[in-house]
Write a protein that binds this ligand. Structure first.
Ligand SMILES: *Cc1c(COP(=O)(O)O)cnc(C)c1O
Length: 381
């Protein structure tokens, strides 16, 4: 790409150009062998995902939402169960619980990391226990914008209350916490391969990573309509949640490049923070964390956020707001939250956050142009 081309928020075209030969070849191999459903590339991808993450089991599936649903079905989450989720997240995290008749209990997030706040988590668990209407079953943490949640502290809370702990890692595959990679931080981890995620395919795709053989085998059955050992033997209620072979082939072709992409994303983030830390609030990482940098998200005063975004747009810098409304205030989920004012950090962040262009092919000249535009916009409003 040339440096004077338009700035892209995410540049899938540049990525395809870079790996075109390998990706085209991988797709043609599938077209030739014709095993479009559960072809050999699916199992190869699962093995490769385990190798990359350190998980011992991988179950490729249709998308990140179905990955979450498969985990919850396999764990037997259903009516009467409470699952604790951050309110500052994508809708899928809460949606799948309600589809199963379970209740999402919305928890506030840390204002620095944007991830579930351990102190509020304890408060909400105590509240649900005290009210006595729901059975607390688990914690579904989210690694927002690519940074793993604070699993050391969350795990302590989970074990103190006898709760299961899962990771919605739709944005964080490739991230790390301490010596462990995302996929090996929790009992089960869901991934999304939506094209714009750090590790994306060319359509919908997802996976569950875990290190429990029995849980994995239950999820493999759920992925294929709840089948048992024999072909039309149905042993449980399941889904059609398979990953297309073509998508598996594309992901296999991309995986060898992923580590270099993560480094490039990290370099973009470092350059942004170096230039902008005196002007806006830049992202904060836990000392032990490596983010996959799905998003680079700054905080600006809520009264100025939209004006800054407008000025950036005029300067040719695309931005996005993830997310303009926390889940506990959404029309569909309102009945399950405690209303406006109940989760202060989620509500404040939804008015303050602004995500800047982030992808591994962002040229230095564009990073500079973006930083200059942010400084100018902040100064002008
Ligand atoms: C993208 C995303 C999902 C859903 O993934 P899909 O593949 O689009 O179904 C779930 N949770 C979070 C936090 C996400 O960002």
């Amino acid at each position: 790409m040339t440096d004077d081309s338009a700035i892209a928020f995410v540049d899938l075209g540049a990525q395809y150009s870079a790996y075109k030969t390998e990706i085209d070849h991988a797709i043609h191999v599938v077209l030739d062998h014709g095993k479009f459903i559960m072809g050999p590339e699916v199992a190869q991808l699962e093995t490769a995902l385990c190798g990359f993450s350190g998980a011992t089991e991988a179950i490729a599936c249709s998308n990140g939402t179905d990955a979450l649903l498969m985990i919850m079905l396999a764990e037997g989450i259903g009516p009467g169960d409470a699952v604790f989720v951050p309110s500052f997240t994508f809708t899928a995290t809460a949606e799948i619980l309600l589809l199963l008749g379970a209740v999402p209990v919305f928890v506030d997030v840390d204002e620095q990391t944007f991830n579930i706040a351990p102190s509020d988590l304890e408060r909400q668990i105590e509240r649900i226990k005290r009210e006595g209407n729901l059975k607390p079953r688990g914690i579904l943490a989210v690694d927002l914008f690519g940074q793993p949640a604070d699993y050391a502290r969350i795990e302590d809370i989970a074990s103190a209350y006898g709760l299961l702990l899962w990771d919605d890692a739709a944005q964080s595959f490739g991230g790390e916490l301490g010596q462990k990679k995302v996929g090996a931080l929790c009992r089960a981890t869901s991934l999304s391969f939506f094209p714009a995620k750090p590790f994306g395919c060319y359509g919908d795709g997802g996976a569950v990573l875990c290190s429990d053989e029995e849980l994995a085998s239950t999820m493999r059955s759920i992925r294929a309509h709840g089948k048992g050992g024999a072909k039309y033997d149905i042993v449980r209620v399941g889904m059609n949640a398979r990953l297309d072979t073509v998508q598996a082939a594309i992901l296999l072709a991309k995986l060898p490049h992923f580590e270099a992409e993560l480094k490039a994303r990290n370099a973009v983030a470092t350059a942004y923070s170096g230039s902008l830390s005196n002007v806006v609030q830049v992202p904060t990482l836990l000392p032990e964390a490596r983010s996959a940098w799905a998003q680079y998200t700054i905080k600006v005063p809520s009264s100025q956020r939209d004006a800054i975004a407008d000025r950036l747009k005029q300067a040719g810098v695309p931005t996005a707001v993830y997310y303009p409304k926390p889940m506990h205030l959404q029309t569909a989920y309102r009945d399950f939250g405690e209303g406006e004012g109940s989760l202060k950090n989620c509500e404040a962040l939804s008015q303050q956050v602004l995500s800047l262009p982030m992808h591994p092919f962002l040229p230095e000249s564009q990073i500079e142009k973006i930083c200059d535009a942010v400084k100018a916009s902040v100064a002008a409003v």
